[in-house]
Design a protein around this ligand. Sequence first.
Ligand SMILES: [Fe+2]
Length: 294
Amino acid sequence: MEKPNESSMATSKKGDETKAATAADTTSKTENNPKSGADKSDKSTTEKSETEKNSGKAAAQSTADSKANGKAAGKTGSELDSNTDNSTEDEDDSEEKPLKKFFLDALKDIYFAEHAILEALPKMRDAATTEELKDAFEDHEIVTRKQIKRLEKVFRNIGEQAEKKKCEAIEGLIKETENIIKSTPEGTMTRDAALIIAAQKTEHYEIASYGGLVQLAITLGYDKCVDLLEDTLEEEENTDYDLTDIAESFINFEALNDDAEADYGEDDESEDYEDEAYEEEYDEEEYEESTSYH
Ligand SMILES: [Fe+2]
């Protein structure tokens, strides 16, 4: 029987020298599935030169490695407080500048998204099968509350009120998660495998958003905001990594048994089915013909 597809689970790897910021940039595990489209992630985009950072091009690009800056995930409240004081960073007359406005809109977008995620996480926890995934969602709920507070500090630092702006992307991702819960059998590993992928899609939206915000904050000279946003970015990346770890350690493998029992009874029958399905789907000659350029 073929090994389950582990590598479709996109990851952010802890300890990398640079951090991926966009979903497309985020690296994927590749060792077990050379066919995965995610293998084509552009590793080179994580290596941003100082020139790019300073030229304002880096809106959707990765942040510098916060570990290299001596940061640690999960700062304490007092450490968090040390990032703020009563002064604001926006003391020049840049309020009307389009880039400042865009930065503010993007903050409102992710502020909305964090609240929506906070609301969705208990439902995801209740729907999950394994204690490991339930715990992961519970932990992320605590982290998300902290991230909302941190965003409020960012708003304060630039002299703005914390406000939400409707984020249709996150609404869509949450809707997709709800559909996954409806369409997977309760109490199965398939449910958890699917929930992990749904959660990672959300994480990647957040990673892209915070990665872009960090770079915009650098460009706009909002130094205190850079620190705060980088802390959250690192937490999102760690969550993504942890979800991958849970999926690859056992859930994906056990979900394979869900399929066999639910749909085909005996193991040998399911194996036959898979062989046929594989032949149908991956007829290499047909594939090459349909995709070749003339
Ligand atoms: Fe978050």
